[in-house]
Design a protein around this ligand. Structure first.
Ligand code: FES
Length: 512
């Protein structure tokens, strides 16, 4: 599954790894958060290095639906429910600053942006109340939203809230511009370099960053990976990892040109994207005389990582839904992204506990990383350079309310249940030698003694790897849609051959 954004040839430049080098700021993860953070530090005269385990944009940024909107489905009422009005206001203020920053940056670098209305709609009669609540919360924090009774869509809707003039773009085009600018200012970006640990303390200044290629040193280290790769602070236990799907289509005839998101389940996200070389700018509409100049993107059907018995059915369902309402739609790409939800629905951004003031993190964007990634970057940089904006100060000092505590406890109980289920299933299941050979794109868990083993077949090649997540021992489940082994506890993912793809784990699976 390769995203529309990653399907085009991209610059694969990487800088040399200078073993033992010292930097002011090391950023771990070359997605939007990491590269904006690096650019802001580089602009401030800091010596920066970005370390990326795979390649630029390999994680959430290269697989997002890339909506740059202050209206975010029903997110604002969820934040208000789990925090309070001042935090909801700070969240929107931060997102507004981030949106502004990104739009100005894109304009300065000639990155194409399409301005579109953002629309949160009800797909069921029950969803109408959610729409109306979102309208009220959005108004209370200064967004100029409107209610709309009807939408010009080929399926039933039951009311919508609309925020005009939001934006969408190709996220990889932004990352490429950021990488170029970081390098122009002397920063380095080293890919295929996995960070395995960071040590910071009174006797370890500067901080030591350990990688598979050697050690680097820095005054500050910023973890801008999807979920922090360090267990300090137990953030892996506070986050709910989620996967969701996006599909893109060439559609004959008219397609809707706004950015839509349903507020009820199953979620449906729609937007358009310029087809071809992606250089078409604002004002190109899919549906009309330009017929075929834009593709339709349809997303949704999310679920907890490793907790869905048939991921392929989720993708197939999106495709069938699209073909039903957009006859003749031809699938061009399908892909998936991983996001992290926090108990209070606002991101964790700031210093890592027991990081001695040298390690910072950003995570938990809850599918809204295009704004929240830049919010995180602006926050991390202002935390160190000073002059934090009021919204960042408010977010740092939020209190935890019972609703957020309840969400956190529920998520913790689910992790315990999946840990027990995985081990019980493996221990009571067949020995690995007794398993049938898995069919194409199939994975099975067996046991060798008491150790779970995962056996899968992909492209006619069968391989066996440890079925136990090296993070904290969750038993992995097979993801047929993406031919990966996924951990239902905290969201680590591995290829069929055991290579670590993402998550709090920092090691590959052992071969069996
Ligand atoms: Fe924590 Fe697998 S990600 S146990």
């Amino acid at each position: 599954m390769t995203s529309l954004w990653l399907a085009s040839p991209r610059d694969s430049t990487t800088d040399a790894f200078d073993d033992g080098a010292r930097y002011d700021e090391i950023i771990v993860g070359a997605g939007l958060t990491g590269l904006v953070t690096a650019l802001l530090f580089a602009r401030a005269g800091k010596k920066v290095a970005v370390l990326e385990a795979r390649f630029i944009g390999a994680g959430a940024t290269g697989n997002t639906s890339a909506k740059l909107s202050l209206l975010q489905g029903s997110q604002l009422q969820k934040i208000k429910q789990h925090t309070y009005q001042a935090i909801t206001q700070a969240y929107v203020d931060g997102n507004r600053a981030a949106q502004q920053w990104l739009l100005e940056y894109a304009q300065s670098r000639d990155v194409a942006v399409q301005f579109r209305d953002a629309i949160s709609y009800a797909a069921t009669p029950e969803g109408t109340q959610t729409v109306e609540r979102e309208f009220r919360v959005a108004r209370s924090v200064g967004l100029d939203v409107q209610l709309r009774a009807e939408l010009d869509l080929p399926f039933a809707t039951y009311g919508a809230v609309v925020l005009p003039n939001q934006a969408q773009f190709d996220p990889m085009a932004v990352l490429e511009a950021l990488a170029t600018d970081i390098r122009k200012l002397g920063g380095v970006i080293v890919d295929r370099t996995r960070v395995t640990g960071v040590t910071a303390g009174p006797r370890s200044r500067p901080a030591v960053v350990r990688t598979g290629r050697g050690e680097l040193f820095a005054d500050h280290v910023h973890l801008t990976t999807g979920t922090p790769i360090l267990d300090r602070g137990l953030y892996f236990a506070k986050l709910k990892p989620l996967r969701s799907y996006v599909t893109s289509y060439a559609v004959p005839g008219a397609i809707p040109e706004a950015m839509y998101l349903s507020v009820d389940a199953p979620s449906r996200s729609l937007r358009t994207a310029p087809s071809g070389d992606g250089t078409q700018g604002s004002g190109k509409h899919a549906s009309d005389a330009h017929g075929g100049s834009e593709e339709l993107l349809v997303g949704g059907n999310g679920h907890g990582v490793g907790r869905e018995p048939s991921t392929q059915l989720r993708v197939d369902d999106l495709r069938e839904w699209t073909e039903r309402y957009f006859p003749g739609a031809r699938l061009t790409h399908s892909w998936s992204a991983q996001d992290y939800e926090t108990p209070h629905r606002v991101p964790f951004v700031g210093y890592l506990p027991r990081g001695r003031g040298a390690i910072y993190l950003a995570t938990g964007y809850d599918k809204w990383g295009m704004t929240n990634g830049v919010v995180a970057a602006l926050t991390l940089v202002s935390d160190i350079l000073g002059d934090s904006p009021p919204w960042a100060t408010a977010m740092h000092h939020r209190a935890t309310l019972p609703a957020a505590l309840g969400s956190g406890l529920g998520a913790g109980a689910a992790v315990g249940w999946w840990a027990a289920k995985g081990w019980a299933g493996a221990l009571l299941g067949p020995r690995v030698d007794d398993l049938p050979r898995p069919g194409e794109r199939q994975g099975l868990i067996g046991r060798s003694g008491i150790r779970p083993v995962g056996v899968s077949t992909v492209n006619s090649t069968t391989c066996a790897v440890s079925g136990v997540c090296p993070h904290l021992g969750g038993v992995l489940t097979w993801n047929a849609a993406e031919t990966s082994w996924d951990c239902p506890l905290h969201g680590s993912r591995f290829s069929a051959t055991g290579e670590l793809l993402e998550g709090p784990a920092v090691r590959d699976l052992a071969q069996k």
